[in-house]
Design a protein around this ligand. Structure first.
Ligand code: ZN
Ligand code: ZN
Length: 148
């Protein structure tokens, strides 16, 4: 598959157990449709995930690397994070740095949700799921916080 920006051959790499196609030239990343869902998976319930809001939809300057159709650009959850997505649901293009920011947003959500959590163990599994090793320690600190 070729980079939609500069047509470099994309290289497969793994992030948090998720396969990502990475462009060595511009550092952009392509995620298959289901991969962003996995990245988000347990951070939102189904209703929230269906609401994965496409703010400020507009035409992208990029074409889908799978079907070559012009993609659509939108902001991820009203944040200043622009993603491009294929109208035929082949996947998502993230420019350099954006994937990390998606993960930051998810971790932010985790921190918010953890206040309502009842089982520390469930959170450990969840955090391992999104690949944040340091996060599980931070979450444990949160649980210990009350006793400090
Ligand atoms: Zn590129
Ligand atoms: Zn496509």
């Amino acid at each position: 598959m070729l980079c939609p920006r500069d047509h470099t051959e994309l290289v497969i790499e793994h992030h948090a157990g998720i396969e990502v196609d990475h462009c060595p030239t511009c550092n952009g990343r392509w995620l298959d449709q289901h991969e962003l869902d996995e990245l988000e998976a347990q951070s939102a319930n189904d209703a929230e995930r269906r609401g994965m809001i496409e703010y400020a939809k507009r035409e992208s300057e990029l074409n889908c690397p799978v079907c070559s159709e012009r993609m659509v650009a939108f902001n991820y959850r009203a944040n200043p994070l622009e993603l491009d997505t294929c109208p035929n649901q082949h996947g998502w293009w993230l420019d350099a740095g954006e994937e990390g920011r998606v993960r930051d947003l998810i971790e932010e959500r985790v921190r918010g949700l953890s206040r309502a959590a009842t089982a520390e163990e469930a959170w450990g599994d969840f955090i391992r799921g999104i690949g944040g090793k340091g996060m599980s320690d931070r979450i444990r600190d949160l649980f210990r916080g009350g006793r400090r």
